[in-house]
Design a protein around this ligand. Structure first.
Ligand code: CMP
Length: 230
């Protein structure tokens, strides 16, 4: 029975991930509840789209990042912004991937980590970000591969801006490029400081670095959870 319970839990976890992925792709699946759609008029649907646009524009307008933009620009922007939901521990951005979108957190939080490869340790936590904060700006603006992995803590909701959406914003608010580049410079410096710190630790205690890497392999082999790092 334990095996069956494990299988059911696994199936459930897979279905939940599939459900989130389909929802993000704009496909609704009528499980685990019945979905009843009222499609009596297109007007209803467009009014709904309109109010969703208004909601997204209002959310964007509250972000310090877009403070300088006026309502019309925000409404324009809201057309090309996608609202997406992620389940707990889903990966939103993979370190090393090509990326051309910027994410703004609407609810929940994410963990930003960098792989510990080369340091013989587990992933290094760079930051935890919450509502109103953004990530993904580095690849979007510099064309470099994603500098870190971003994972949902508990579930989270994000607004996703594609490169095309950003172009008119940069034109509408000349200070925006400056704000974003300052943030990139600050975050890169912070990341570099954390990596340097880790390198120093590895140098001063080579044995423990090696032991850590063996421990990491044992953990992955036995699928043990990663302990909380401070
Ligand atoms: P990008 O490189 O596109 O993808 C990973 C993202 O993680 C990166 O953009 C930043 O938005 C974010 N990030 C990287 N380093 C840090 C850091 N030190 N603090 C906060 N966020 C970071």
């Amino acid at each position: 029975t334990q095996q069956i319970a494990g299988l059911v839990r696994f199936q459930d976890a897979v279905l939940v991930r599939v459900w989130y992925a389909l929802q993000r792709a704009g496909i609704t699946v009528p499980f685990p509840i019945r979905t009843v759609r009222f499609t009596d008029s297109d007007r209803g649907a467009s009014a709904q789209a309109e109010s969703e646009r208004g909601r997204i524009a209002a959310l964007l307008g509250h972000l310090p990042l877009f403070r300088e933009l006026d309502g019309a620009v925000l409404l324009q922007l809201a057309v090309s912004v996608r609202a997406s939901k992620y389940d707990a521990r889903e990966v939103l951005v993979h370190e090393g991937d090509h990326g051309d979108s910027l994410f703004v957190i609407e609810t929940g939080g994410v963990r930003v980590t960098k792989s510990g490869e080369g340091f013989g340790t587990d992933a290094i936590e760079l930051a935890r970000l919450g509502p109103g904060q953004f990530f993904g700006e580095m690849s979007l603006l510099t064309g470099e591969p994603r500098s870190a992995t971003v994972t949902a803590d508990a579930g989270c909701e994000v607004l996703v801006l594609a490169r095309e959406a950003l172009q008119p914003l940069l034109e509408a608010d000349p200070s925006l490029a400056g704000t974003l580049s300052r943030s990139i410079a600050e975050r890169s410096a912070e990341t570099e400081a954390k990596l340097e710190n880790r390198r120093e630790q590895a140098k001063s205690a080579p044995d423990s670095g090696h032991a850590d890497s063996i421990l990491a392999r044992i953990r992955s082999f036995f699928k043990l959870p990663e302990p909380e790092r401070r």
